[in-house]
Design a protein around this ligand. Structure first.
Ligand code: ZN
Length: 85
């Protein structure tokens, strides 16, 4: 029997909206994503291997990695997502 083992990255959008960028200092649309790398068996994601939350400025492309606690604080401070962005 052949075991098909691999990995797959699943990206989940957690938040989007206007935020002040730390690099370009503008108030531009940002996107907060949770990227989870899964271990797969027969193409079915079974085990989460790595998870990171990244806030990206759509203007300059600055990516900021946030911890789970920082993500909670950010989403509380930033308010509800505005998915127009
Ligand atoms: Zn920026």
């Amino acid at each position: 029997m052949i075991w098909l083992i691999g990995w797959k990255t699943i990206i989940k959008r957690l938040w989007a909206g206007l935020h002040t960028c730390r690099r370009c200092l503008g108030h531009h649309p940002h996107d907060l994503q949770e990227r989870t790398e899964w271990g797969t068996l027969f193409f079915v994601p079974l085990v989460p291997l790595r998870r990171e939350r990244i806030l990206t400025c759509s203007y300059c492309g600055l990516e900021t990695r946030l911890s789970k606690a920082e993500t909670g604080q950010f989403m509380e401070m930033a308010g509800p997502p505005d998915l127009r962005y």
